[in-house]
Design a binder for this molecule. Structure first.
Ligand code: ADP
Ligand code: ADP
Ligand code: ZN
Length: 215
């Protein structure tokens, strides 16, 4: 099963992708996570990506297409994969289509999570992530038992540099201008499902399981 998650920043893509990985084993491929790791490691790619990310802008297509090309060739993607945060432009979607043709596979389902902007601001500004295992939390909606400490692995929680209100507004603008149209792009394929992302995490997951179970 090859899945794509679409939706604005904070819609729950990473949260839901992690739940699918946990239950079904398909690897979660998050271009945001891969880029943040490259920034942390100060690789050439990370140094190039950082200023775009800090400004809430998209990293150039060729960079993220290169990441996805490398990652989808890994053996663990043969059983299926979940794309979280890619594609974000029509050019990325087209490049993905060509790559999947070459690999002899396709996307089975595109899940587009819809959430209103004022709710997204609350989600993003309260988001915390584990430094060690990547588990996501929210200071109000899904707080860890012990403040600042991951309930899963004991790692330290941090707030992303781009989850401040100013950069969040810019990311919404970029989403509307460059990514929102991917809903239309994929809805022509019949494999596209838009779902209400405002319900609770488990309720949204239940809907997703209904959809992928039927696919
Ligand atoms: P995305 O990957 O789409 O940017 P995340 O999955 O990181 O979004 O979720 C953003 C924040 O909102 C996180 O703090 C997460 O814990 C919280 N969150 C995710 N889904 C829900 C939900 N259905 N209800 C309430 N909070 C949620
Ligand atoms: P979000 O919580 O907004 O869904 P991500 O972790 O997916 O955040 O992405 C964080 C940042 O990484 C983006 O604002 C952008 O700068 C960069 N990025 C991630 N994925 C892509 C992509 N597919 N194309 C271009 N830039 C990307
Ligand atoms: Zn952890």
């Amino acid at each position: 099963m090859n899945l794509i998650f679409l939706g604005p920043p904070g819609a729950g893509k990473g949260t839901q992708a992690k739940k699918i990985t946990e239950k079904y084993g398909y690897p979660q491929i998050s271009t945001g996570d891969i880029l943040r790791q490259a920034v942390k490691d100060k690789t050439e790619m990370g140094l190039k990506a950082k200023s775009f990310m800090d400004q809430g802008k998209l990293v150039p297509d060729e960079v993220v297409i290169g990441i996805i090309n490398d990652r989808l060739h890994d053996a663990d993607c043969k059983k299926g994969f979940i794309l979280d945060g890619f594609p974000r432009t029509v050019a990325q979607a087209e490049a993905l289509g060509i790559l999947l043709d070459k690999l002899g596979t396709k996307i089975h389902t595109v899940l587009d999570l819809a959430v209103e902007e004022d709710e997204l601001v609350k989600r993003l500004t309260g988001r915390r992530t584990c430094k060690k295992c990547g588990m996501g939390y929210h200071i109000l909606f899904t707080p860890p038992a012990k403040e600042g400490v991951c309930g899963k692995c004991g790692g330290e929680l941090y707030q992303r540099d781009d989850d401040n209100e100013g950069t969040v507004k810019k990311r919404f603008q970029v989403y509307r201008e460059q990514s929102e149209q991917l809903g239309g792009y994929y809805s022509k394929t019949g494999r596209y499902k838009k779902l209400d992302g405002t319900a609770g995490i488990d309720e949204v997951f239940g809907k997703i399981e209904e959809i992928i179970g039927a696919a």
